[in-house]
Design a protein around this ligand. Structure first.
Ligand SMILES: *[C@@H]1O[C@H](CO)[C@@H](O)[C@H](O)[C@H]1NC(C)=O
Ligand SMILES: *[C@@H]1O[C@H](CO)[C@@H](O)[C@H](O)[C@H]1NC(C)=O
Ligand SMILES: *[C@@H]1O[C@H](CO)[C@@H](O)[C@H](O)[C@H]1NC(C)=O
Ligand SMILES: *[C@@H]1O[C@H](CO)[C@@H](O)[C@H](O)[C@H]1NC(C)=O
Ligand SMILES: CC(=O)N[C@H]1CO[C@H](CO)[C@@H](O)[C@@H]1O
Length: 281
């Protein structure tokens, strides 16, 4: 199926159906007929699976300053996995455009993939993949992941969600769909429209307040903030009595990763996360 076919389907659909229906039909059509099963194609797509594929702008020109996030949870728990960059059209200015962060019940940097390196193996509960570009001189990629070994079937409930729009702020903790009896790991990624902020004196600002009720200062319940632009930066591990109810403020031109852990048998953390793109110039 080529682009012309898709256009014909789109136009026919527009003529025949109301907007909502035709969007559903087209996406259903493309998903079932164009792409292999378990394929992530849009910034913010998430998956719970041991194997799958990310296919983003393959053979299509990307934009400069893209900051596109894909989130993966391994279905079986703690897994040794291999990520392979099957195909890419990256320009030299974007030679290492893919950054992979492993979920070790907390976020860690693993490696970059691109023109110099196409494969990596590591252990984790999942991964966050970020595609970041400096130029618009290349085309996108296909990246796949497969399990090598299921190490432990220990699993955590929770959500992986990208917020790339200020209208979704504020976010309250506990997250609505969290069920409270079990351990919860949430990963929230926050960007400004899935782009690096390039305007001068302009930042994505983040405010975080948590009430942990942690009388033992165990820090088993926590909210951990990282930012990423050119490298992963730990901003703050917020937990314990000292941080209880304190407002923490952060700023980046890239992305915020918010890891929220709720442990078994501890008071439920409550709190609020707000963000806004702010120009200080
Ligand atoms: C994922 O693994 C299953 C079972 O091993 C296999 O049948 C399937 O083809 C794999 N899918 C991908 C996208 O690699
Ligand atoms: C992308 O281009 C390659 C090489 O020309 C081709 O083999 C592949 O089928 C193309 N994929 C898509 C999805 O257009
Ligand atoms: C992209 O730009 C950033 C900031 O100037 C730089 O740190 C990074 O090395 C560049 N990446 C490549 C692949 O040139
Ligand atoms: C963060 O809190 C400060 C102090 O209350 C406030 O001035 C600012 O607008 C807040 N920023 C965001 C992004 O909510
Ligand atoms: C091709 C296709 O799936 N068409 C469906 C589009 O959506 C309408 C309304 O839900 C269905 O009636 C069509 O069968």
């Amino acid at each position: 199926m080529n682009l012309t076919d898709i256009l014909v389907i789109c136009i026919c659909a527009l003529l025949n159906y109301t907007k909502g229906e035709n969007v559903d039909n087209i996406s259903e059509f493309i998903h079932t007929h164009e792409l292999p099963h378990r394929t992530l194609t849009e910034c913010g797509d998430t998956i719970t699976a041991n194997n799958g594929t990310i296919q983003y702008k393959l053979n299509q020109t990307y934009d400069a300053n893209e900051l596109c996030v894909f989130m993966i949870r391994f279905e079986s728990g703690f897994v040794e996995t291999t990520f392979t960059l099957d195909s890419n059209g990256f320009s030299d200015s974007d030679f290492d455009a893919i950054s992979i962060f492993r979920d070790m019940a907390g976020l860690g940097y693993e490696t970059n993939l691109g023109l110099d390196r196409q494969t990596v193996s590591f252990f984790g509960y999942g991964a966050i993949v970020v595609f970041r570009t400096n130029s618009s001189l290349g085309t996108g990629f296909q990246l796949s992941f497969t399990p090598d070994l299921i190490v432990s079937e220990e699993n955590f409930a929770g959500n992986n969600v990208l917020f790339d729009d200020e209208s979704e702020s504020p976010l309250s903790i506990p997250f609505p769909s969290n069920y409270i009896e079990s351990a919860i790991h949430n990963y929230f990624c926050i960007t400004s429209a899935s782009k690096v902020i390039s305007e001068p004196d302009t930042f994505l600002k983040l405010n975080v307040t948590g009430f942990f009720g942690d009388v033992d200062n165990s820090c088993n319940n926590m909210i951990e903030i990282h930012s990423f632009l050119n490298q992963l930066k730990i901003e703050k591990l917020i937990c314990g009595g000292e941080d209880d109810g304190v407002l923490f403020e952060f700023a980046t031109r890239g992305i915020f990763f918010v890891f929220h852990r709720q442990a078994n048998g501890l008071p439920i953390t409550t709190g609020e996360i707000t963000w806004e793109k702010v120009s200080t110039g």
